[in-house]
Design a protein around this ligand. Structure first.
Ligand code: AMP
Ligand code: MG
Length: 493
C-alpha cells in the first residue's frame, strides 16, 4: 500500500469521538499527524479490548484499519495530538519531556483515549526518532493485557503493528506501533510541567479537568475543609498505594518509576524494562540501565511515595498550604501496608484477618528470599497443596526443609478453622499460574522477528486468564531456563 502523507483516505473505525483532553487547548498539546511507516503488518491484537471499545466484529479485516493503526492514514473523526509534560528521572529534575513518540488519536464516546506509541516524531521528541522497536512493543502489548488479566490497574493495548522500516538502537531493529488505550494517559509529570514553569492558570485548568473527569467526589468532600485539590492529592496517593500493593504482591518490577511514568489514575503505565520476578530477590533490579538500584523491586513502594511528594509540590500552588499537602500524602502510609497485607492474605487463602498474619507473611517472604525461590511457582504450588495435593512439590522448592516445615505448620494451624475448598479457591484465583516472564516474552519476540506471530497470540491467551489451568500449556508455567538470567533489558526501546 502506498504511503499517504496527506489525508486522502480516512479509515473509519466505526467509533464516535469526543474532544476530551484536546479541549484543554494548545498550551497542553500540539496537533499533528503520525508519520507513516512502510510495509506494515499485524503482529498481535486483543480481541477482548476490541469488544470493550465497541469495534465492529470484522475490525481487522480492513486494510485501512491496519494502515490507520500504524499511523499511515488518518482515522475519521479524530484530530491527533501529542501532549507536553516534564518530570523527575532517576531522582533528578529532567525538565520538559512530553509525548516524544506517542500520538493521541482522541477519546472515544465511551471515554477511552486511544494513542499510537511509536508513531513518529513530535515537538517533544528531543533527540529521539519517535519510533518504538518491535521487541519493546510486543513486551508492552503483552504486559498491558497480562496486567489487566491479573486484575491490576493498567493502560491497555489493542494491537501491535509492525513495519520493515529499520530503527537504530544498539543495533538495527525494526519499527512497530502499539495502539494503547486508557481512560487517561495523564502523568504526574503533566502537573510538574506547569508548576515548574509557574503557569498557575494552566496548572489549575489541568487539575480541574482531571478532578471533574476522574475524581468528581473531590468536589463535594468535607476532607481538608473542602479543599478539592488536597482531596485530589489524597485520592491519587491512595490509588497509587493500592497499585504498588498489587505490584509487590504479584512480584512485578516496573523498572523506570520516573514521575513522568506515574499515571494520575494509578494505572501501570509505560512498560519498558519491567520484569516479573523469577526467583524471589527483594533487591532485584530489572533495568540494566539502573546502576544504582533506585528502582529495585523492594524500593518501589518508597519511590512511589517520593514521586507523590513531587506531585504534592506541583499541586502546592492550588492546595495553598504546605501542611495540608503533607497531610494529603499521609494516607499512602496506611493504605499501602493495609492493601499489601490484604493481597498477601488472599495469596495465603485467608478470608479474615488475624494479628499473626503479618508474621506469617513476613516469614514466608524471608524464606523465599533466603533461597531465591521461584515466586510464582511457589505460590501456585502452595495453592495446589491447599486444593488437596500433597506438600512435597512445595517443600521441594526449599533446601531449608526444616525452616519451611516450621512455616507450613503455622500456615496449617492458621487454616485449621477455615473451609479448605474456599481457601483453595481463593488461592488459585490469587496466585496466577502464568506471568509474562522475560524468557517467554523473548521467545515470542524472536519468532515475531521471523514473522511468526503465533507465540505472541499464545502468550496473550494464557495471560488474559492467568489463573486458569490451560491444559497443555505447562511449558509456559515452568522455571525459567538458565539463559533467562542473561537477558539484559535496558531503557532502550
Ligand atoms: P520513557 O523512558 O519511554 O518513559 O521515555 C521518556 C521520555 O523520552 C518521554 O518523553 C518519551 O516520549 C521520550 N522518548 C523515549 N523514546 C523516544 C524515541 N525513540 N523518540 C522520541 N522520544 C522518545
Ligand atoms: Mg515514559
Amino acid at each position: 500500500m502506498s504511503l499517504l502523507a496527506e489525508d486522502t483516505v480516512a479509515a473509519d473505525l466505526g467509533l464516535q469521538w469526543k474532544p476530551g483532553f484536546l479541549a484543554l487547548g494548545p498550551a497542553f498539546l500540539t496537533e499533528l499527524r503520525p508519520t507513516p511507516l512502510p510495509d506494515h503488518y499485524w503482529v498481535g491484537h486483543s480481541e477482548a479490548l476490541a469488544r470493550e471499545l465497541g469495534l465492529p466484529a470484522d475490525w481487522r479485516q480492513s486494510d485501512s484499519t491496519l494502515a490507520a493503526l500504524t499511523g499511515n492514514v488518518s482515522v475519521a473523526g479524530t484530530r491527533p495530538f501529542a501532549t507536553v509534560y516534564s518530570g523527575h528521572q532517576f531522582g533528578v529534575w529532567a525538565g520538559q519531556l512530553g509525548d516524544g513518540r506517542a500520538i493521541m488519536l482522541g477519546e472515544t464516546a465511551g471515554g477511552l483515549e486511544v494513542q499510537l506509541k511509536g508513531a513518529g516524531r513530535t515537538p517533544y521528541s528531543r533527540g529521539g526518532d519517535g519510533r518504538a522497536v518491535l521487541r519493546s512493543s510486543i513486551r508492552e502489548f503483552l504486559c498491558s493485557e497480562a496486567m489487566h488479566g491479573l486484575g491490576i490497574p493498567t493502560t491497555r493495548a489493542l494491537c501491535v503493528t509492525g513495519s520493515n522500516a529499520p530503527v537504530y538502537r544498539e543495533e538495527p531493529e525494526t519499527a512497530a506501533v502499539v495502539t494503547r488505550v486508557a481512560p487517561s494517559f495523564i502523568r504526574f509529570g503533566h502537573f510538574e510541567h506547569f508548576a515548574a514553569n509557574q503557569r498557575d492558570a494552566e496548572l489549575r485548568a489541568l487539575a480541574n479537568y482531571v478532578i471533574d473527569r476522574y475524581y468528581p467526589a473531590c468536589r463535594t468532600t468535607e476532607r481538608f475543609n473542602g479543599n478539592a485539590y488536597a482531596a485530589f492529592l489524597e485520592a491519587v496517593s491512595e490509588r497509587t498505594a493500592d497499585l504498588l500493593a498489587q505490584w509487590q504482591a504479584v512480584g512485578f518490577c516496573h523498572g523506570v518509576m520516573n514521575t513522568d511514568n506515574m499515571s494520575i489514575l494509578g494505572l501501570t503505565i509505560d512498560y519498558g524494562p519491567f520484569q516479573f520476578l523469577d526467583g524471589f530477590d527483594p533487591r532485584h533490579i530489572c533495568n540494566h540501565s539502573d546502576t544504582s538500584g533506585r528502582y529495585a523491586f523492594n524500593q518501589q513502594p518508597n519511590v512511589a511515595y517520593w514521586n507523590l511528594f513531587c506531585l504534592a509540590q506541583a499541586l502546592l500552588p492550588l492546595i495553598g498550604d504546605q501542611e495540608i499537602a503533607v497531610a494529603a500524602l499521609e494516607s499512602y502510609k496506611t493504605v499501602f501496608p493495609r492493601e499489601f497485607e490484604s493481597r498477601m492474605r488472599a495469596k495465603l487463602g485467608l478470608t479474615d484477618s488475624a494479628e499473626s498474619d503479618r508474621a506469617l507473611i513476613e516469614g514466608v517472604l524471608k524464606l523465599l528470599a533466603a533461597e531465591k525461590v521461584d515466586y510464582t511457582i511457589f505460590w501456585r504450588r502452595l495453592s495446589q497443596h491447599m486444593a488437596g495435593g500433597n506438600a512435597e512439590p512445595v517443600r521441594d522448592l526449599f533446601l531449608d526443609r526444616a525452616g519451611f516445615d516450621a512455616w507450613l505448620l503455622l500456615f496449617s494451624e492458621r487454616h485449621a478453622q477455615a473451609s479448605q475448598p474456599e481457601a483453595a479457591d481463593l488461592m488459585l484465583k490469587s496466585n496466577p499460574k502464568y506471568v509474562l516472564r522475560n524468557h517467554l516474552g523473548q521467545q515470542a519476540i524472536e519468532a515475531a522477528g521471523q514473522k511468526d506471530f503465533s507465540g505472541v497470540a499464545t502468550l496473550l491467551t494464557l495471560l488474559q486468564t492467568p489463573s486458569e489451568e490451560h491444559p497443555g500449556a505447562d511449558a509456559y508455567a515452568g522455571f525459567p531456563p538458565d539463559w533467562a538470567s542473561t537477558i539484559a533489558i535496558s531503557c532502550s526501546s
